[in-house]
Design a protein around this ligand. Structure first.
Ligand SMILES: [Zn+2]
Length: 291
């Protein structure tokens, strides 16, 4: 990515802030008897138009929206969608405003470079799981997918996310993984190193959708922030919430650990938009610790 990075959360706030400012300005100048052209809604997109990024959209109350002609959930004019790690094709966003007018924008997710990470010393049954555990792994994946596909009208994802813990970043989203010398699927989480027992805080308001002990990811939590945006917490030593719990920003949801496939205590933090894996760091507030 180049120096003029438009993908940071502060950029997202700036765009949203600018939109609000523009609206306030036109109201201030023209009062409530706005000419028709000034009352017209338009399509606002903000967020991170990059591989692994979440894009936020607004089109006014009563609007409908489509991504590549598939309908998107819209709540009070707000919607979102995400780009996968390897997306390179253009995406078309179409909205129909309450008055029937339409607007279309095309976005090409900006390409990123992903590092290669080598992890050695993993127990062999985690790198190449024996046949007898492959059924369990498949069942685990199904449970996680079901939790991530929950899609409600809540819009808790609109605010930047807090970091769930502080600590050194020990693994990045999208890294090509080589486990014990064998290439495996890319890493879709952000690994944050921290001692076992470190409290994990909900980064934003959410409903807990899953709290289970899984073979590869150990004690695993899934939080639902609305519109299919979810965050996942892997390898925890303890889970303090259960499915259906409503948590606020900052609520303790569990403790850091190294359950499942982990070589040391850390939190693997993941984000999804439905089935699309996103980079949680792009939605998080800038880190103050620079650890
Ligand atoms: Zn991880």
């Amino acid at each position: 990515m180049n120096g003029a990075d438009p993908f940071r959360p502060n950029r997202r706030e700036m765009i949203l802030g600018g939109a609000a400012f523009g609206a306030a300005l036109s109201f201030g100048m023209m009062g409530f008897s706005l000419p028709a052209f000034a009352q017209r809604e338009r399509l606002w997109l903000s967020g991170s138009p990059v591989q692994g990024g979440l894009v936020l959209g607004r089109a006014g109350t009563g609007a409908r929206a489509w991504l590549n002609e598939s309908p998107l959930r819209v709540a009070d004019g707000q919607f979102c969608f995400g780009f996968g790690r390897d997306e390179t094709k253009p995406f078309t966003v179409r909205v129909m405003f309450e008055d029937g007018r339409e607007e279309t924008q095309t976005i090409i997710p900006r390409a990123r470079e992903f590092p290669t990470e080598r992890v050695n010393g993993l127990p062999e049954q985690y790198v190449s799981p024996p046949k007898e555990v492959q059924d369990r792994i498949a069942r685990d994946a199904k449970v996680v997918t079901e939790a991530r596909l929950i899609n409600t009208d809540e819009t808790w994802f609109l605010d930047p996310f807090d970091w769930p813990i502080e600590g050194r970043i020990s693994g990045q989203f999208g890294a090509q993984r080589i486990l014990n010398g064998e290439p495996r699927e890319p890493h879709y989480g952000i690994d944050i190193a921290a001692p076992t027992g470190t409290p994990i805080k909900a980064p934003a308001e959410a409903i807990v959708r899953m709290a289970e002990d899984l073979y590869l990811s150990g004690n695993t939590l899934v939080l639902d922030h609305g519109h299919g945006v979810s965050t996942t917490y892997l390898h925890t030593s303890r889970m303090d919430v259960k499915p259906g719990d409503h948590v606020r920003r900052g609520t303790q949801i569990g403790l850091v650990g190294q359950t499942g496939r982990a070589t040391g205590a850390h939190l693997c933090w993941r984000m999804n938009w439905l089935q699309t894996r996103l980079d949680a760091a792009l939605c998080a507030v800038p880190r103050s610790d620079k650890a």
